[in-house]
Design a protein around this ligand. Sequence first.
Ligand SMILES: Nc1ncnc2c1ncn2[C@@H]1O[C@H](COP(=O)(O)OP(=O)(O)OP(=O)(O)O)[C@@H](O)[C@H]1O
Ligand SMILES: O=C(O)[C@H](O)[C@@H](O)[C@H](O)[C@H](O)CO
Length: 198
Amino acid sequence: MSSEQPPSNHSNSSNNQKKPRWIWFITGPTACGKTTVAKSLAQSLGFSFVEGDDYHPKANVEKMSHNIPLTTADRTAWLEALRDHESAQPPANAPTPHLAVTCSALKREYRDVLRAGGEHAGDLKVRFVFLDVEEEVLRERARARKGHFAGEGLVRSQMEALERPDGEGDVVLVDVGRRKQEDVEAEVERRVREAMGI
Ligand SMILES: Nc1ncnc2c1ncn2[C@@H]1O[C@H](COP(=O)(O)OP(=O)(O)OP(=O)(O)O)[C@@H](O)[C@H]1O
Ligand SMILES: O=C(O)[C@H](O)[C@@H](O)[C@H](O)[C@H](O)CO
């Protein structure tokens, strides 16, 4: 567990020491609950919330809405746009400088793109939560969900693309299959607090 304390606001003036800024990517395949969990985490801990789907180019959304899986080339600019949040100023009125960002981050190489910002800045900590869930549950959630461009037809290809982050030390794995939403949210909050030492 880290002994560093996250800032309660953006100022580091009290002891002149640079306090870390944490960027939490909430990851996993379509309909696993990323948006639900990230919003709840942001609300509970005063993080700013970033919806990763908002940064897809139109062409990507068009493909996904027709159940056509994205390629790595399709995902590159999108991943870079999400990574850019790591170096952007946090909103001035946010209670903390930390972020909760949704991003499927299905493959190791995609997570490595997101890790890159943290490697060059000692005060930036890039971490992941992987929402672990079986395909059948994803199908059910995607089927029940209304008004979203990603439907049940995208689930299979997402599972095929997925490289699980087992053994990656900066990833917190949380089982989200057939568990109540509030239990999942509470576990994610607890695990994130534990990692941050707060
Ligand atoms: N623990 C849970 N139990 C049951 N349903 C859930 C749970 N978490 C989320 N859901 C529901 O599952 C659906 C998918 O959740 P959500 O939109 O948060 O997933 P997502 O991973 O962000 O999806 P996408 O990547 O496709 O945008 C939503 O309808 C949500 O209300
Ligand atoms: O990597 C991908 O194929 C995409 O990021 C998808 O995962 C979508 O963004 C999301 O799941 C649908 O809302």
